[in-house]
Design a protein around this ligand. Structure first.
Ligand SMILES: Cc1cc2nc3c(=O)[nH]c(=O)nc-3n(C[C@H](O)[C@H](O)[C@H](O)COP(=O)(O)OP(=O)(O)OC[C@H]3O[C@@H](n4cnc5c(N)ncnc54)[C@H](O)[C@@H]3O)c2cc1C
Length: 322
């Protein structure tokens, strides 16, 4: 690991002032559960690491009349213990429960979960975000069993690793980011982006911006997340589905199937407020339409159907045995 300066300012302004305008020169450290691995694996070699640990304004949950505000550096464990979130953001809480590792959630933060880097094994082994060697995609011809089945027609074929991202999109959350030019609000959906070049990142954040707050509206929604996993904890799911069913319609958002969380408007429309088992099944079928699996991951298409169906049933209290 390359030497770097470590600093832990006590204010948001202090953090922003220490960040570089160029990605990779500085990195933000929240809980460090992903960043430290990235440093050790040489995926990033910054000259400075800026910790959020002493910035009180980035921590905690504020309950307002019409929304819930979460500081980006709030640990996932803190969120799990909050009754208002359990009520108004069930899909988020269930996504965090899925992580199912005390070590991760006691230290990991919501902001860190949203900004974690892809887990693609080609990326993690030094072949870049697009897994290219000698101009050839190692992913297309290689072991792509955990890669994308949607949105994979460009060079990015990894999947977004965040389980909380799909839940926040389904719940209609907004994210607040702060940088030298002030504050801006980004819809959770717009926060995630598919890199087009190796120097791009997977979110709309600039290198000198900090994700400061996540705002979840207190809508009257029934929501749920359903994950399909290889094992319960210390791993990422194969596929997740987060759904939110409210007066304004139904949102269906898939996780771990594309370089960003993947919204299925068609599945939401197919449901159109109807939530019988046959409707849930139909929504699953519709959500899986248009998938473009790679050579080894067609199994994920069937999982999408099941995850969506079970998320809808879970949100509406009709949970079926796995
Ligand atoms: C074995 C294992 C299993 C896991 N399983 C799951 C899973 O099933 N689902 C899931 O969603 N996650 C899973 N995770 C990921 C885990 O949830 C994240 O590592 C954790 O949430 C990251 O939080 P952190 O605070 O430690 O982030 P850090 O490691 O500190 O940061 C992660 C990244 O986010 C950036 N960052 C952090 N905070 C901010 C901010 N406020 N503003 C701007 N940039 C920021 C950092 O610079 C860094 O690039 C797993 C991790 C491990 C190691």
């Amino acid at each position: 690991m390359q030497d770097f300066e470590y600093t832990a300012p006590t204010s948001l302004e202090g953090v922003i002032g220490l960040l570089s305008e160029t990605w990779g020169e500085t990195e933000i450290y929240a809980g460090g559960t992903d960043l430290v691995t990235c440093l050790k694996q040489g995926l990033t070699a910054p000259r400075r690491v800026v910790s959020l640990r002493n910035v009180k304004e980035l921590k905690g949950i504020t309950i307002l009349d019409d929304s819930i505000e979460i500081g980006a550096a709030t640990t996932l464990t803190t969120l799990l213990g909050n009754a208002e979130l359990a009520k108004h953001a069930t899909a988020l809480i269930q996504a965090i429960e899925g992580i199912n590792s005390k070590q991760m959630i006691n230290v990991g933060t919501l902001g860190g979960d949203l900004c974690q880097r892809p887990r693609c094994w080609f990326y993690r082994n030094g072949y870049g975000l697009f897994g290219i060697e000698d101009g050839k995609s190692l992913i297309e011809d290689g072991d792509n069993r955990y890669h994308a089945i949607f949105g994979n027609d460009g060079p990015a074929k990894f999947v977004s690793a965040s389980s909380t991202g799909p839940a926040l999109i389904a719940l209609g959350a907004s994210l607040i980011v702060s940088g030298p030019e002030g504050e801006r609000t980004i819809a959770a959906w717009d926060f995630f982006q598919t890199p087009q070049s190796e120097s791009d990142r997977e979110t709309a954040l600039k290198s000198n911006e900090v994700l400061t707050k996540i705002i979840i509206p207190k809508n009257e929604t029934q929501s749920a997340t359903y994950e399909i996993r290889h094992r319960a904890g210390l791993d990422w799911p194969y596929v997740t589905a987060s759904v939110a069913i409210g007066k304004e319609g139904t949102k269906v958002v898939l996780g771990h199937v594309a370089p960003t969380p993947w919204v299925s408007d068609a599945a939401g429309k197919a449901l159109n407020g109807r939530v019988k088992k046959a409707d849930a099944e139909k929504a699953g079928e519709v959500a899986a339409e248009g998938a473009t699996p790679l050579s080894q991951n067609a199994y994920k298409v069937a999982m999408v159907k099941t995850a969506v169906k079970r998320a809808v049933l879970r949100a509406t209290g009709q949970e079926e045995e796995a």
